[in-house]
Design a protein around this ligand. Structure first.
Ligand SMILES: [Zn+2]
Ligand SMILES: [Zn+2]
Length: 199
């Protein structure tokens, strides 16, 4: 059974095949924190970050996701000219996910806030284990998880290669077919805008 993807107001919806999720993670990096503040500042969810500044994501193959309604509400930003594309719902500023700039790198880190399923369902479908990434920039002490992280890197790498070699990477709902251009022109923050969001 698929996991429903839904922005907070419900205009943007989609479905995720849990088989396309390689790992779950909580990322404490400053960029993920800045993205959450970017959305929050302009009226988005206040509770994307956990108490230590972590964002929970599901590391997935983009081909495992399809949008089913409200695609016109999908927006894109980037914290710098070379930063990840960070996708969100423009209607209610719910974060959706982060992708590399090149769709030949088939990866999306889907933010927990857009997955419309209770914790128990996600635990059952995706496994309970989460890796903790970039713990050095957490806002409160968190323990790194090196063994789990190594295993997740292998799983993500295997999926990545399969999508790359098997051509599955061409199925990426965040990019236009063929050319490699993102579905939306990203809004790239200026250095000042970014600094204002970074702690
Ligand atoms: Zn919305
Ligand atoms: Zn991060």
């Amino acid at each position: 059974m698929g996991i429903r993807l839904r922005c907070q107001c419900g205009k943007l919806q989609g479905e995720l095949d849990p088989g396309g999720v390689a790992a779950r993670a909580i990322c404490y990096c400053k960029d993920c924190q800045a993205f959450a503040r970017f959305l929050e500042r302009e009226g988005g969810l206040a509770d994307v970050l956990d108490a230590a500044g972590g964002t929970e994501v599901a590391a997935a193959m983009p081909g495992a996701l399809r949008f089913t309604s409200g695609l016109e509400h999908l927006g894109c930003m980037s914290l710098s000219p070379r930063g990840l594309y960070r996708w969100y719902a423009t209607c209610c500023r719910t974060p959706i996910g982060n992708t590399p700039r090149n769709p030949k790198n088939p990866y999306v880190g889907l933010v927990r806030a857009c997955l419309d399923a209770p914790a128990e369902t996600l635990d059952r479908q995706l496994g309970r284990s989460r890796i903790l990434a970039e713990t050095g920039s957490a806002l409160a002490p968190v323990k790194p998880t090196p063994a789990r992280t190594a295993w997740a890197v292998v799983k993500i790498g295997t999926m990545f290669l399969r999508a790359r070699l098997g051509g599955g990477y061409r199925n990426n709902p965040f990019f236009l077919p063929g050319g490699g251009a993102p579905l939306r022109q990203p809004r790239v923050l200026t250095l000042d805008e970014r600094a204002a969001l970074t702690r």
